[in-house]
Every structure is written in C-alpha cells, then in structure tokens.
Ligand binder design. Sequence first.
Ligand code: NAD
Length: 284
Amino acid sequence: MDNPKYKELKGKVVAITGGGGILCSTIALAFADQGAKVCVMDLNMKSAEAVSEKIINAGGVAIAVQADVLDRESLQAAKKEIAEKFGFCDILINGAGGNHPLGTTSESYLLKKDMERTAEDFKTFFDLDMEGIQFVFNLNFIGTLLPTQIFSREMVGRTGCSVLNISSMNAFTPLTKIPAYSGAKAAVSNFTQWLAVHFSKVGIRVNALAPGFFLTDQNRSLLTKEDGGLTPRGTTIIDQTPMGRFGEPEDLVGTTLWLSSEQSKFITGIVVPIDGGFSAFSGV
Ligand code: NAD
C-alpha cells in the first residue's frame, strides 16, 4: 500500500458502492494503494468486510459499510457513518450493478418455430418478466442516481471531487439476449452526460467506465465451460475482441485513477470503453 502515482488522491475519501464485488474490490484496493481512505460499501456486508480487511492488512485505510443503493435511508446512514469516521466523500464510484435472468432471452434471435416452444425455461422476448426488467433498471440506473444524490451534495463547491459511474459496452450497442441490462446501462451513460453538464459549474466532474467483457462469477458459466474452454458465446466474444482475451479487473485501474485525479481535471461527461478493441472492430 501507499504506492502513490496520483499524489492528490492521498487522503481523499473514496466511497465505492458494490465495493465487495469482483471489479470494484480491485478498484478499492487501487485507491488504497494511492493512500486514499476507502469506504467499501455493499449490500453484502461480508464481502465488504473482506475487502476492507484486505486493505487494512496491507497497510491501507478502509472501512466496510453496509449500504443498499436502492434505499435512501440506508445510504443516508452510510453517509453519516463515513462522515464521522473519515469526513465527507470526495470521490464516489457507483459500482453496484448487474443483470437478472428474468430480463434475459434464451436465444439471440427469435425464430418462427420458437413460438411453439413450451419449455418453461425457454424465454423469448414475449416471456420477459417485468419484475426482472424492473430489477435490472432499478439496480443499475436508480442504484447509480440515488447514491449520487446522497453523496455528491457535500461535494458542491469543493475542489477535486468527482463521480465515476460504471456503464458497459452494451450501452453503445446492445448485446443479444439482455435487453434490460443493455437499456439500463444506456441510461447510466446518458445520465453520466446529463449530470456532468448539470454539475459543471460547481466543480464536480462526472464520468463513466464502459467495461467490455470481464470474466466474473456472474458470467463465467455463460462464457466458459467446466473444462475451461469457451462456450459458443465466449468464442464469439473473443473472436470480436481484437486483443483476443477477456478483461482482467486490473485493466480498469489506470482509467479509474486517472478519471478520479487532477490529471483529468478538464474531463467531464465521458464514457470510456475498456474493451480490448471490441467496439472498434467491425468483425471483418
Ligand atoms: P459483482 O456482482 O461482482 O459486484 C456487484 C456488487 O454489487 C456485489 O458485491 C453485490 O453484493 C453488490 N450489490 C448488489 N446489489 C446491491 C445493492 N442493492 N446495493 C449495494 N450493493 C449491491 O459484479 P462485477 O462484475 O464486479 O460488476 C461491477 C459493475 O461493473 C456492475 O455495475 C456491472 O454491471 C459492471 N460491469 C461488469 C462487467 C463484467 O464483465 N463483469 C462488464 C461491464 C460492466
């Protein structure tokens, strides 16, 4: 710990929602490595604690805070706890997010014969469940907007404050099968631009990462087989990724620190693809 490349991040209070997850735990460790005071917020307190312990054991400064990004009271309580321990938040990372099977179709394309299929687990567009779709929009969009409302209020008028959202490559061009997740992340990208403009006179920058395909627990079974080989979907992704591999959580670190530091002080409202060239490749 304390390996500062961005000296201005030292001592900053960084609140990370979904901080117990795969991608954001790596981001939490990276901020701690810059000497920041890291608030690992998660619905799942056990995973938040595991990350904060890892930071503290490595000599960094961190606390685990239970917070539900969809619950105003829970977020207010988290803010109070953080303010008492570390002071007001300087940098907010909106990392909580994810998909839901009920907002996902079984196949990429609808074929006429699919209309006759009766298997309960086979889902076409017509079977998409509003509960699943609402869950995904809430978690990704409201779960970004609400924590920002709560945590950015005290950023107004201070210097060096910023918000970093986590969108996705599917916000630019939707991926097959996951209309709810793609639409919700498109909303996150759009909101990033909206808020960047809205906050532009009060010194708060707002940007987003758009990760491509990162192998995590959520998608591992979709992309890889038990023997470690690729599923057809995994193969399609790698074939469409010029760099020829999935992303590693560490691939997000450089852009995250840069967008949170003074090195990017004239940058607001951008959504940065971190995708190994996926979005640049036409497939031919
Ligand atoms: P993850 O499931 O490992 O982490 C998400 C974390 O959010 C979990 O720790 C979970 O407990 C927490 N969480 C869930 N609901 C919550 C709530 N209501 N309140 C607070 N915390 C809650 O997922 P990940 O793959 O590390 O993804 C992190 C972010 O990156 C998400 O926004 C995801 O949509 C986005 N993303 C991931 C990928 C990928 O390939 N993994 C690609 C693009 C974008």
